[in-house]
Design a protein. Structure first.
Length: 210
């Protein structure tokens, strides 16, 4: 497989990430930025999908061209912040199915607690991309991927916007077979488990529950 962590340094992503981090960015703009960044990241995360030849009729003549070779995708956001990335990725792959995994972080132990799981019935036939804007301690991502693996999907990738080194270490150690895509690797976690410099609580900023 490719290197386990792929950091997307595309100028458009980095530009939008600056405004995403800004504490003065309101919920409406924050939601739009999360969706736009997710759409741009999805372009790279799907780069290795195989193609097959197809024949179509253009207005001029018959032509041989390419289509995705039968691979089925599923996006699985980790609730609730992962929902902010769904519209963006579906803009790129509208035929994909969407599952949901509900995990929240216990603020005392910082450990994830599962409260909901609903995956497509044919998940075993699909390549899965797990979505969560922030990879902090890595606990939620590790648990979500473990839950998905019970259903034996064809492959799993994890896509976040900002990652902490601690979260990357935990995720790649627990699931070395999962490719991780992120837009930035920040400095560290603080004593409250927040990414520094980060952008605060992504779920609160997406849904305006600050």
């Amino acid at each position: 497989m490719d290197k386990p962590v792929f950091v997307m340094d595309h100028p458009l992503i980095q530009h939008k990430l600056t405004f995403l981090r800004d504490k003065n960015t309101g919920s409406k703009e924050f939601r739009a930025l999360v969706s736009e960044i997710a759409m741009l990241m999805c372009y790279e995360a799907t780069r290795n999908l195989p193609l097959e030849e197809a024949t179509i009729e253009t207005p001029i003549c018959a032509a041989k061209t390419k289509v995705i070779a039968g691979r089925k995708l599923a996006f699985v956001p980790i609730l609730r912040a992962g929902l902010g990335m769904v519209d963006g990725v579906l803009e790129m792959v509208p035929a994909a199915k969407v599952g949901h995994i509900g995990l929240y972080r216990d603020h005392k132990t910082l450990q994830p607690v599962e409260y909901y799981s609903k995956l497509p019935l044919d998940i075993n036939e699909r390549d899965v991309i797990v979505l969560d804007p922030m990879l902090a301690t890595g606990g939620s991502a590790v648990d979500a991927i473990s839950i998905i693996k019970r259903s034996s999907p064809k492959s799993i990738k994890f896509m976040c916007i900002i990652a902490a080194p601690e979260g990357l270490e935990a995720l790649t150690k627990a699931h070395p077979d999962v490719q991780v895509y992120c837009a930035a690797v920040d400095d560290h976690l603080n004593e409250f488990g927040y990414i520094v410099p980060g952008l605060g609580d992504a779920g609160d900023r997406i849904f305006g529950t600050l």
